[in-house]
Ligand binder design. Structure first.
Ligand SMILES: *[C@@H]1O[C@H](CO)[C@@H](O)[C@H](O)[C@H]1NC(C)=O
Ligand SMILES: *[C@@H]1O[C@H](CO)[C@@H](O)[C@H](O)[C@H]1NC(C)=O
Ligand SMILES: *[C@@H]1O[C@H](CO)[C@@H](O)[C@H](O)[C@H]1NC(C)=O
Length: 550
């Protein structure tokens, strides 16, 4: 199914369309021509049962990785025989319970910045697609995993201007190869505070807690707690500005942040959705928007850069509620979101060149799949916003595209990940016939009854046999630009999964399951939770007191 970029020319896009149409044979697909204007309502790419099943199966698998990454006392959350309680005393030196939360990747570090991003994305996926998750019994596990992180984040914020952003010392941790259950090394804590602030990590944590406050709306006390921490953390982030990578240089080895302006806007956008408080909207559309939003410049969405996510989230307002066309800030976010979408559609005149020969978005050698999956998640959301709001076309430099074009793109990335690629390999562990057997993951690589610890455990990394335990749901780093993959346990560049990768793929796989239809057929039961809230908040023009108890 390779479509060589070198064949790009008069009929390159046509080949792509035909190829995709053959591959996704279950989709009712109309070959579209580039036209200056598009007529009528967008066709609804209603996926019949056969094609949905694939994504449902993959979603059920992807969701399980969170159970593998859980730290703390598992209790009813114990789902894998080879996983047990671990890190029970994390936080004890500060008299805090930081035992929960999730390990970052194949190691046993708890890094607050990417962990909070995982929670924000999981919240977003639940808010948009929770009804669809519920149909296939995935809403409870999604909420359970989200709460496993938000319980931790609440405890990591014991005082107004103090947030613990890391548990474990990466030097010590990376000097060991052991199961989390036997870990006995020192687990130092790292905090941000007024003298050593960390705006991006405080703001991302605010975004996580604000979005989760919407997810857990029906649990009044928990939701209120989440929201009050979110507000306080946002104020801390905004008032004491500084990048944690600069104030605490050690953290920069692993999750170096390239700036905090994007997290401030992202957090304020989530707080606006959670509260309806106009001051948060003014924050993102006013001066801070001008300084930080980089309007007009599309960027990749990742754990480090939240701008594209912010643009898509704020586009919600112009799609569904706020028809106030005089709000130039909101228009600018929407225009930039459109530019992101235009760059993703492969035959758009604004299409990014950052793709492999067979069409996978490819931006970085390390953890290559994070960008295509996150981009596809956004494209899937945007296509749903277009469909649900009756927006028939997206204009890219004079050419127009339909919601189905974005959805086709999103599916192409999901399908690549699930095995439709030159390697014929599924990068989602446990899905399909052929998935990585040498995932760089300590727990998966060591038998549960092994007696090894920190140092003697390295033999498990080095051995030639496949992992004894399947890291079900792990989304590994993925292929090189030349579409090769080396399934080697020590190849952390390609064979290591991350928890935030799982959040974006859960979001992506929840979307194209196709419960949602056009506005006309949209019934309350299939409308996303966020949409319901948005409608009540913004269509009526004011926050409903029952939705905003604080
Ligand atoms: C503030 O955070 C920095 C960096 O983590 C730490 O070195 C310092 O001890 C903290 N200040 C207080 C008063 O705890
Ligand atoms: C593919 O790319 C990787 C990384 O750049 C390189 O090491 C490898 O040799 C390449 N393989 C082929 C078959 O070109
Ligand atoms: C694993 O990779 C690291 C660097 O990435 C290297 O230092 C180490 O020697 C490798 N170990 C084995 C067993 O190949």
């Amino acid at each position: 199914m390779r479509v060589k970029q070198s064949s790009r020319g008069c009929c390159w896009w046509f080949l792509v369309v035909v190829t995709l149409a053959l591959v996704y044979d279950a989709i009712v697909y109309t070959v579209h021509k580039k036209t200056e204007k598009s007529e009528g309502a967008a066709p609804i790419p209603g996926p019949p049962g056969a094609i949905e099943k694939k994504y449902v199966d993959a979603l059920k698998i992807a969701m399980q990785f969170f159970d593998i990454q859980k730290s703390g006392e598992l209790g009813h959350s114990k789902r894998f025989s080879w996983r047990g309680d671990s890190a029970l005393t994390d936080g004890s030196q500060a008299k805090l319970d930081l035992s929960k939360g999730m390990y970052d990747a194949g190691d046993l570090m708890k890094f607050g910045f990417p962990m909070a991003f995982t929670a924000t994305i999981l919240s977003w996926a639940i808010l948009e697609y929770g009804d669809q998750m519920a149909v296939v019994n995935q809403l409870d596990p999604a909420q359970d995993s989200l709460k496993w992180i938000t319980d931790y984040l609440i405890n990591a914020h014991p005082e107004e201007n103090v947030l613990y952003v890391q548990v474990g010392d990466p030097e010590i941790d990376h000097g060991c190869w052991e199961r989390p259950e036997v870990m006995s090394e020192n687990r130092p804590l790292t905090q941000i505070n007024k003298s050593s602030p960390g705006t991006e990590v405080a703001a991302e944590t605010a975004a996580a807690l604000a979005s989760a406050s919407l997810v857990f709306k029906s649990d009044f006390r928990y939701s209120s707690t989440l929201l009050s921490h979110a507000k306080e953390l946002f104020t801390f982030a905004d008032k004491y500005r500084g990048s944690y990578s600069e104030t605490i240089p050690e953290v920069a080895t692993y999750y170096k942040s390239t700036g905090y302006g994007d997290e401030l806007l992202w957090a304020a956008s989530w707080l606006y959705h959670a509260t309806g408080d106009k001051s948060y909207l003014q924050y993102v559309t006013g001066k801070n928007g001008e300084v930080f939003a980089q309007w007009g410049s599309p960027a990749w969405f990742s754990w480090d850069n939240k701008l594209a996510g912010t643009q898509v989230l704020l586009s919600r307002l112009t799609f569904f509620g706020n028809k106030d066309t005089t709000n130039l800030g909101l228009q600018n976010y929407r225009k930039t979101a459109e530019a992101v979408m235009c760059s993703l559609i492969p035959d758009s005149p604004m299409a990014t060149e950052s793709r492999t020969d067979s069409g996978l978005i490819w931006v970085s050698e390390w953890n290559a799949l994070q960008h295509p999956v996150a981009s596809a998640f956004l494209a899937s959301l945007y296509s749903d916003y277009m469909l649900s709001s009756g927006t028939a076309k997206l204009s890219c430099n004079g050419y127009s595209y339909k919601p189905s074009d974005l959805r086709t793109f999103a599916k192409s990335q999901a399908d690549y990940v699930l095995g439709n690629n030159p390697m014929k390999m599924s990068f989602l562990v446990g899905y399909g016939e052929n998935y990585p057997q040498y995932v760089h993951h300590r727990g998966a690589s060591i038998p549960a009854d092994a007696k090894t610890g920190c140092k003697d455990g390295w033999t498990w990394l080095e051995r030639k046999e496949p992992n004894p335990n399947v890291a079900t749901g792990a989304l590994v780093g993925g292929p090189f630009l030349n579409e090769t993959f080396v399934d080697d346990r020590n190849n952390s560049m390609q064979a290591e999964p991350t928890t935030y990768n799982s959040a974006v793929i859960v979001g992506l796989l929840s979307g194209p399951m196709g419960v949602r239809r056009s506005v006309k057929s949209e019934k309350p039961s299939v409308v996303s939770h966020l949409r319901i809230m948005m409608g009540q908040i913004f269509v009526s023009g004011q926050a409903s007191p029952s939705l905003h108890p604080l």
